[in-house]
Design a binder for this molecule. Structure first.
Ligand SMILES: Cc1cc2nc3c(=O)[nH]c(=O)nc-3n(C[C@H](O)[C@H](O)[C@H](O)COP(=O)(O)O)c2cc1C
Length: 317
């Protein structure tokens, strides 16, 4: 059923007092006032969600304190699995530290360029410490906890990203952080069992125009109703049609994964006009360079104190 503005339904309160009250549940009074004042200028949620596009070129203009306060509120104001808050975010403004982190997260230039970085970390330490202090053994399952923690921290980062975008800032999420988890944990001085997973760069877009929305796979591939509703042939046909579109539009021009990365030798057999979404996804999944990164996460998680198989404490107390 379409949205009916004339029908009374419960909506999130938008009056200044209610907004200030919500901000004040996580911010000190001065920051809550500043954030409530900013809320009056932010664009509507739907427009912000729909116009999302990652930004990877930033000006050096610092992110003002009131905007940072709004982002911090957004990082923690979302839902949290079992009310456990199994995340910790680290805000990095220092340029030298951002430069080092840019290298550790896979040489991503925009991490150094954007004036603000948030490193979203899965925190499997805090709840276990509390359990121990309460006199209980930790019998939870770290892999299961890691999944919930990943959802928690990603919700926070995405909320912060939407708030930033609604205020005219550009953002890009950074899954490359996980590839340097061990080294990034050391750079950030993190205690054991806190794992850097996903980052968010924030800053003013360097380009005059907001990036156009980038293509998505066709909706029937991504959203089903009630049950899985595609035959293999229908799925293939939708993928093929989308592939043809991306080839015709040159979607992957300049973003091609080089043949050398595939570890096959010889020259690239795929012509420029034949490189579409299918070739790109295939190469992303099949490139030889994934292997060491896969192995690294296998090493990094236990090195950071996580028990990736089975339940309970790594070192039972
Ligand atoms: C979990 C996650 C991790 C991502 N990691 C990176 C990253 O490390 N570097 C990067 O430049 N973009 C990263 N992105 C952004 C995606 O590349 C981007 O969302 C995608 O290409 C679609 O483009 P759009 O966001 O402009 O629509 C990530 C996005 C998500 C959701």
């Amino acid at each position: 059923m379409p949205h009916r503005p004339d029908r009374p339904t419960a909506t999130a309160p938008r009056d200044p007092d209610a907004v200030r009250h919500a901000a004040a549940t996580v911010l000190d009074p001065a920051d809550a006032d500043a954030v409530a004042a900013l809320a009056a200028h932010s664009a509507g949620t739907l427009a912000t969600v729909l116009t999302h596009a990652s930004v990877r070129r930033f000006t050096a203009d610092p992110v003002p304190d009131d905007v940072l306060a709004a982002l911090e509120a957004a990082l923690v104001r979302g839902p949290t699995s079992s009310a456990l808050h199994s995340y910790t975010h680290v805000v990095v403004r220092d340029a030298e530290r951002r430069r080092r982190l840019a290298t550790l997260a896979g040489d991503q230039r925009w991490i150094a360029e954007a004036p603000l970085l948030v490193v979203g970390c899965a925190d499997l330490r805090r709840a276990r410490t509390i359990a121990h202090a309460q006199g209980y053994r930790y019998t939870a399952h770290d892999l299961r906890m890691l999944v919930s923690a990943t959802a928690d921290l990603t919700i926070g980062l995405q909320n912060a990203s939407l708030v930033a975008q609604s205020l005219g800032y550009g953002t890009v999420l950074l899954g490359g952080v996980l590839n340097g988890a061990l080294e990034i944990a050391s750079e950030l001085g993190l205690p054991e069992r806190i794992v850097p997973l996903v980052g968010l760069s924030v800053g003013r877009p360097a380009d005059d125009r907001w990036p156009a929305p980038r293509p998505r796979l066709p909706l029937p591939l991504l959203v089903h109703h009630e049950q899985w509703s595609l035959t293999a042939d229908e799925e293939q046909a939708l993928l093929a049609a989308h592939d043809a579109e991306t080839r015709a539009q040159g979607t992957y021009e300049g973003r091609r994964i080089p043949w050398a990365a595939m570890g096959r030798g010889g020259t690239d057999p795929v012509a420029v006009g034949d490189y579409g979404v299918l070739e790109h996804v295939g190469r992303k999944q099949g490139r030889a360079t994934w292997a060491p990164q896969g192995a690294k996460v296998d090493v990094d998680l236990p090195a950071l104190g996580l028990k990736v198989h089975g339940t309970g404490d790594v070192d039972p107390t």
